[in-house]
Design a protein around this ligand. Sequence first.
Ligand code: ATP
Length: 355
Amino acid sequence: MARAEFERVSKRFGDVVALADFTLAVEDGELVTVLGPSGCGKSTLLRLTAGLEPLSGGTIRVGGRSIERLAPHERDVAMVFQSYALYPHMTVRGNIEFPLRMRGAAREDRRRRAEEVAALVEVAALLDRRPAELSGGQRQRVALARALVRHPALFLLDEPLSNVDAPLRAALRQHVRELQRRLEVTTLYVTHEQAEAMTLGDRMVVLDGGRIQQVDAPGAVYERPANTFVAGFVGTPPMNLFGAEVADGALRVGEQRLDVPPPVRERLSGSRRVVVGVRPEAFTAAREDADGLVARPDPTRRELLGAETIVCARVGEHEVTVRLPGSVDEVPTRVAAPFGALHFFAADGGARLGP
Ligand code: ATP
């Protein structure tokens, strides 16, 4: 257990900047998820930390000690990969004991610790089997056990659940969370699945193009995305984003003119064009005289999903997605989102305007 600090960590592969100025402190026992699209630098971050690649710049400290010049085995960092990479010729027990054997642990000690951690991840009954005789979920739990058996100071997980099917993934996700809490091991968990990043993380990092876009508690990232990239990336369906004009204390979207209340006016002062963001669930069926941003649903374009109905609608020339609770047989002719539910971003660069 330890605090992990990343200070201006960067990595270039020739002209490709895989990671740029990555600065983050992961608190002792904290689980931070790293979410981003393919190629954003997630795996690079973990590989640099584990010592599988040298850094191009910056420093990584674990428990106050700089580790970037140490060999992988000296770093007190354990990593679990997407491909479980178990040794096929060894039993489950042999696989779990392997890191301890590499460190010269005594036989009895190896045995006891392997059995302890196998019980924790619920593979104790499988210790004598070989990886080929296990299901995907069981293999992944063995991989977790092998990484945890030596009580690393820092635990790195690189999309560890992406090879297991959806129902099992949900169960394993819960398992990883409980295990991590019980062991209080400082953890970085990389994923491109937002449900995983949101449900597992004490905090989450959103990464794009090798750069941190936002670091915050998952709820805060959802409620207050730092820029249009995060707004459009976190949330399913994603936040609706479209351009609007601000003039004379009013917001103009197509034919609509919405009075901007004074505190928001301050936030938008100086901008003539802004990007407006509105979550699909912010819209509700509205009467003709309703306030707020009005959208006109297209009754022919709806998806019934049981617990909710997704409807396409128009705000002026912009197409937006609306999410209504339950199975909606009769799509309302008008839906509206209250002004307070609108997010504002700079038209230039996409940074969030205001709190
Ligand atoms: P994915 O979710 O697809 O695994 P990722 O976010 O983990 O993606 P990385 O593997 O970290 O992305 O790659 C970040 C960038 O660095 C990509 O543009 C990738 O092509 C590049 N890259 C990674 N490894 C190398 C390498 N060994 N040589 C050259 N470029 C590399």
